[in-house]
Write a protein that binds this ligand. Structure first.
Ligand code: ADP
Length: 192
């Protein structure tokens, strides 16, 4: 299997690139944000619980997202691999992902960070608010909170994966096409 993590702040372009990489390499795209929004829209108990955290831009408790990921990993027999998008977001989530994959004799192969300056992130999220109408993009203080949660709780994961020799940084402030090209070069190199 090939297991990739797309890493980066809100607005870095993880979702856009994940879909392209999914199609090119035949991997399964797992976006915890998307799965939580679907659960919210369906009004499931998990969705209703997640809503409380998502509407302020905070993180949903680790156990909830790990549960979702564990279910998908177990269901996916014969998958070529995964692109994790928006997960893991805390060191605890990363440790649990390592354990889940290890139980299947698998591992995280690479963590690809889309590195985008803060002013560009804010510009993109404002733009996306007008196009996609996502509730958590609409309000400036929620956007600011998401970026600050990223810096405090998620960025420490960079060191976690650096220590394991898995972390690669990519310039994410370029065009979608140029960013995709850089990503595919890295993934092609992994595949040898
Ligand atoms: P973005 O990266 O643009 O902020 P996502 O769709 O990845 O958007 O996430 C939206 C929201 O869903 C987050 O602000 C958070 O509340 C929740 N969420 C998504 N993934 C996770 C996760 N792995 N752990 C905790 N909360 C999460």
């Amino acid at each position: 299997m090939l297991n990739l993590i797309l890493f980066g702040a809100p607005g870095a372009g993880k979702g856009t690139q994940a879909v392209r990489l999914r199609d090119r390499y035949g991997l399964k795209h797992l976006s915890t944000g998307e799965m939580l929004r679907n659960a919210m829209a369906a009004g499931t108990p998990l969705g209703l619980e997640a809503k409380k955290y998502m509407e302020t831009g905070g993180l949903v408790p680790d156990e909830m997202v790990i549960g979702i990921i564990a279910d998908v990993l177990h269901q996916c027999t014969g998958c070529k691999g995964f692109i994790f998008d928006g997960f893991p977001r805390t060191v605890a989530q990363a440790e649990r992902l390592d354990a889940l994959l290890k139980a299947e004799h698998e591992q995280v192969d690479a963590v690809l960070m889309l590195d985008v300056p803060k002013d560009e992130l804010i510009r993109r999220l404002k733009n996306r608010a007008n196009i996609e109408g996502r509730a958590d993009d609409q309000n400036e203080s929620i956007v600011a909170n998401r970026i600050s949660v990223y810096e405090t709780s998620t960025l420490p994961l960079a060191r976690y994966y650096m220590r394991r020799g898995k972390f690669q940084r990519i310039k994410g402030a370029l065009s979608v096409e140029e960013t995709y090209e850089q990503l595919t070069k890295r993934v092609d190199a992994l595949l040898g």
